[in-house]
Design a protein around this ligand. Structure first.
Ligand code: NAI
Ligand code: MG
Length: 354
């Protein structure tokens, strides 16, 4: 299995290195072969070749089975203009790989319950939500503009969805729900938005093809409330680009720690992009302080969604759980009585625990 690796900037290379250590341990334990090819993006690419996303990088990614990305950006490149900023690489690669479903799990490890902003009794037995956010449509990509009107200006953004766009992301959500607790909550604003009414119709129709998965619909304002009030009612949340942007951050913060949050972006085939939710953390870069768990959990998602290796993915997640159980923490998640370790040691402990 070919994996394109984009270490990126700041702590990116440090956390990606540990994800590779864990993937190599997986290969050895289960008898797989992963071939890693490193490519440039973001600030590192700007320094080397003057553009944030070299053609060569996209080419290598397209020929791979999966892409593992650290993070890009940093103060060094802050003064550059739009298309030459490191973040332009991120947008370019998501588009270039035709990714349309963004997966953001929010899972509270029992060992880290105290990091959550919610009371233990609200968190319940174990919070484990997966937000599936559509990435290519909605108000971000519809017609937008400005015009002069008497007394000032007007500005508009248009929310647009097509049947096809909703269908393909709905299939992703239902298929994934089958491997989880078999429940999809589709979130929209169908009481006022026409695009949401189409969304709801199409999701309901796709849902009929998955009679073994329970489907319910919820308005986004209620969903925002329910996530805080009773989060354990959710399994998979399927939603539009803009609502997903907001709800995925809300759900993620129920877990309380940026250094623990993985993500995946999927397209039509098996090729996916896997990256931690956090950025390049320039404040702690190069100090062996970064928490590599978000990237290691992203690698687990790669095993599950691009390679179909469920057992291996589970093994990585269990190894993370065990290391936390043993009391090891990186500085960002440390609490009194735990053992603080660096980036490298955390990676090696997880590999060992496999
Ligand atoms: P950030 O996520 O890099 O850092 C926010 C805070 O969380 C910092 O105090 C940082 O030290 C801490 N943190 C983040 N990840 C951590 C980890 N794994 N372990 C321990 N602590 C961690 O967000 P910030 O500071 O807003 O952005 C820094 C740079 O990263 C900017 O250039 C930004 O554009 C870029 N960025 C890139 C992203 C990406 O590549 N997907 C996403 C978000 C930001
Ligand atoms: Mg956001």
């Amino acid at each position: 299995m070919k994996i394109a690796v984009i270490p990126g900037d700041g702590i990116g290379p440090e956390v990606v290195k540990q994800a590779i250590v864990v993937l190599e341990a997986v290969a050895q334990k289960f008898g797989h072969r992963f071939e890693f090819q490193e490519v440039l993006m973001g600030g590192a690419a700007l320094d080397a070749v003057g553009v944030p996303l070299p053609d060569e990088t996209l080419k290598v990614c397209l020929k791979s089975d999966a892409v593992l990305l650290g993070a890009v950006g940093g103060p060094k490149w802050d003064d550059l203009s739009g298309h030459l900023r490191p973040e332009a690489g991120l947008l370019g690669i998501r588009k270039g790989l035709n990714l349309f479903a963004n997966l953001r799990p929010a899972k509270v490890f029992p060992q880290l319950k105290s990091a959550s902003t919610l009371k233990e009794e609200v968190l319940g037995e174990g919070l484990d939500i997966l937000v599936v956010r559509e990435l290519t449509g909605d108000v971000y990509f519809g017609d937008k503009g400005r015009a002069e009107i008497p007394g000032g200006q007007k500005a508009w953004d248009t929310a647009v969805y097509s049947t096809h766009e909703v269908e393909r992301v709905a299939h992703v959500a239902f298929k994934i729900a089958r491997g989880r607790r078999r429940k999809v909550t589709s979130v929209d604003k169908a009481n006022v938005l026409e695009s949401s009414r189409l969304w709801r119709e199409v999701v309901s129709r796709v849902g009929q093809q998955y009679p073994d998965v329970e489907l319910n619909h919820m308005y986004v304002d209620n969903a925002a409330m329910q996530l805080i009030r009773n989060p354990s009612q959710f399994d998979v949340i399927l939603t539009t680009n803009m609502f997903g942007d907001i709800l995925s951050d809300e759900a993620a913060m129920l877990t309380g720690s940026l250094g623990m949050l993985p993500s995946a972006s999927l397209g039509e085939g098996k090729l996916g992009l896997y990256e931690p939710v956090h950025g390049s953390a320039p404040d702690i870069a190069g100090q062996d302080k970064a928490n590599p768990i978000a990237t290691i959990m992203s690698a687990a998602m790669m095993l599950r969604y691009s390679f179909g290796l469920e057992q291996e993915a589970q093994a990585v997640e269990d190894a993370v759980s065990r290391v936390l159980e043993q009391g090891y923490r990186t500085a960002d998640i440390a609490t009194p009585g735990t053992i603080v370790v660096g980036t490298r040691e955390m990676g090696h402990l997880i590999a060992q625990n496999l």
